[in-house]
Design a protein around this ligand. Structure first.
Ligand code: F6P
Length: 375
């Protein structure tokens, strides 16, 4: 029997389809395989500072496999090292509440903490481990699929499913009206969703943060399609994409934490295309539809595999590690080796080269190449 008797689990940062499947796998394997109890920490790290917790039984996680979101709640404002404390006058100020988090961790009698989160949450987890001695195991999460150290994160396949679904619908209306239709998908620093959706949904142009684009190339693509008898085009834009020499477009900023929310690039592109003349353009922002809903089976399975392995690492005392998918095996990698680094789309990778060979334009091509892209 292991010395570990009770494990805490929390979900941090933006939600992703499959979070509940991880929670379920952690609870089920802790109880069934290891005889270990599980405490759910609510609303991310905030729950540890404010002592918002609940016991998780097998009955509590029943039916979670198919549920979107996270039953534990989450927050991307919950960094205990920069905790947004609300003063009696209602003003929020950032304070270091990490000592409170540690005190509460001990008070709860936890022997380990499983942190399911993206780069921000895993960076906090790593500081917990290194600076406070809180034993942590990380589970990587993001629909953007840009976390370093793992080939895939759960949530990505579901987001891709939603993006492809949207593209299929935009296609028929683009064709009917002879329009240029833009679909803005998520992807702050990496264009994985846009690239995969463009391939799955037959996009004509794919714009990603890794490849700055030129409007001349886009216009040339639309003209080439018109010449070949298809006077409509579908453009997939990652929210973090930007034109050559331009900057990313933000929709807002959190007044306290300074967190900047991307959004609006597709509207700007639509205006610019229309101002250049010849095309009627519409932009659709898919937004948080990509983050919600029931996870597709691929995500349920990956989330389950991550959860089972995270529980095993915690129960066997292998702290400071994150579970990761490599060559279809779930492995443990030190959290410190993965944080602060991104897995971005290599503009010369096989997938991009294949997309280009199909005629998909990324906006950095010379105009002759674009002209040839429709045969
Ligand atoms: O990092 C995941 C992500 O979905 C990004 O693609 C997006 O920019 C961000 O979260 C949106 O977060 P919020 O929930 O704050 O709107």
């Amino acid at each position: 029997m292991s010395a570990v008797r009770r494990i805490g689990v929390l979900t941090g940062g933006g939600d992703a389809p499959g979070l509940n499947a991880v929670i379920r796998a952690v609870v089920r394997s802790c109880k069934v395989a290891h005889g270990v109890s599980v405490t759910g920490i609510l609303d991310g790290f905030i729950g540890l500072v404010e002592m918002k917790v609940r016991e998780l039984s097998l009955a509590d996680v029943s039916g979670l496999l198919v549920r979107g979101g996270t039953v534990l709640g989450t927050s991307n404002r919950g960094n205990p090292f920069r905790y947004a404390f609300r003063r009696p006058d209602g003003v929020e100020e950032l304070v270091d509440a990490s000592a409170t988090a540690k005190k509460n961790f001990d008070k709860l009698g936890l022997d380990g903490l499983i942190v399911i989160g993206g780069d921000g949450s895993l960076s906090i987890a790593e500081r917990f481990w290194r600076e406070l001695g809180i034993p942590v195991v990380g589970v990587p999460k993001t629909i953007d699929n840009d976390l370093f150290g793992t080939e895939y994160t759960f949530g990505f396949a579901t987001a891709l499913d939603s993006a492809s679904w949207a593209l299929d619908r935009l296609h028929s209306t683009a064709e009917s009206h002879h329009r240029v239709m833009l679909l803005e998908v998520m992807g702050r620093e990496a264009g994985w969703i846009a690239l995969h959706a463009g391939l799955a949904g037959g996009g004509d142009v794919v714009l990603i943060p890794e490849i700055p684009f030129r409007f001349e190339a886009l216009m040339a693509k639309f003209r080439a399609r018109e010449r070949s008898g298809r006077p409509f085009s579908v453009v997939v834009v990652a929210e973090g994409a930007a034109p050559e020499g331009g900057t990313q477009v933000f929709a807002g900023e959190d007044a306290v934490t300074g967190w900047k929310r991307l959004g609006g690039i597709s509207t700007q592109i639509a205006r610019e295309i229309e101002s250049r003349g010849g095309y009627e353009v519409r932009a659709t922002v898919l937004g948080h539809i990509q983050r919600g809903g029931t996870p597709v089976p691929t995500d349920r399975i990956l989330a389950t595999r991550f959860g089972v392995e995270a529980a095993r690492l915690a129960v066997t005392g292998q702290f400071g590690n994150m579970v990761a998918l490599r060559s279809d095996e779930i492995v443990a990698v030190p959290i410190e080796d993965t944080i602060g680094r991104l897995k971005r789309v290599d503009p010369n990778c096989q997938l991009v080269r294949m997309a280009r060979s199909l005629g998909i334009v990324f906006g950095d091509e010379d105009l002759e190449a674009v002209d040839r892209s429709e045969g």
